[in-house]
Write a protein that binds this ligand. Structure first.
Ligand code: SF4
Ligand code: SF4
Length: 191
């Protein structure tokens, strides 16, 4: 039987950084699996979310940052609402995504490309512009016509709009301020 030397895998700096950036008490996770049971993406994840939490607890940085799951997470918060220990699991997943980017882990160009396209759309319009996102991602994917056949049906059912429907009032400026704060924080982190 193969054994794994957990002490040798343990990266304390990584564990501390995830705890600091997420503001969560990661030690309180007792691996009940409630988060995974409520996650709609478990079937598509390479590592279920409770095991991602375990990787973080064990300080297994490379395994946590190179998994596909962190890029598929939709930040739906189902895991967070189901956690009996009030851990903001979705925030931990978000922190891991940011860390993975900084560390140069982007296991799937297309998944990262979609995340980039989504955030660019929200930054530009204050909320996502679905048709623009689809067009942008189609170009990035190198297969611009792959899903083109879905367009007419979605348009006819009102699922896509030709023009962005930007939020009213100060909402767009508030979203822009969030992105500005993030970019200035990211620049600080690079110094
Ligand atoms: S629901 Fe909370 S305590 Fe349970 S495995 Fe997930 S993170 Fe850990
Ligand atoms: S936030 Fe992410 S990990 Fe949590 S339930 Fe939703 S998709 Fe799954």
């Amino acid at each position: 039987m193969n054994t794994i030397d957990l002490a040798a895998c343990r990266d304390q700096d990584f564990m501390d950084a995830v705890a600091r950036e997420s503001g969560q008490d990661l030690k309180s996770c007792y691996q009940c699996g409630n988060c995974t049971a409520g996650c709609a993406y478990t079937e598509d994840y390479d590592i279920p979310v409770h095991q991602v939490m375990r990787l973080v607890q064990l300080g297994m940085k490379d395994a946590a940052l190179s998994c596909r799951s962190i890029w598929l997470c939709a930040t739906c918060q189902a895991c967070t609402t189901r956690c009996p220990n009030n851990i903001q699991v979705a925030v931990v997943m978000d922190v891991l995504r940011h860390m993975a980017r900084r560390a140069g882990h982007a296991p799937e160009r297309l998944v990262k490309g979609f995340a980039d396209s989504f955030l660019t759309s929200v930054a530009r319009h204050g909320r996502v512009f679905e048709a623009g996102l689809a067009a942008c991602f189609a170009i990035k994917s190198g297969k611009p016509l792959q899903d083109a056949g879905l367009g007419p049906a979605m348009l006819s059912r009102g699922k896509l709009a030709f023009m962005p429907h930007e939020p009213g009032g100060t909402a767009k400026a508030e979203v822009a301020a969030i992105f500005a704060r993030f970019h200035s924080g990211a620049a600080e982190g690079e110094k």
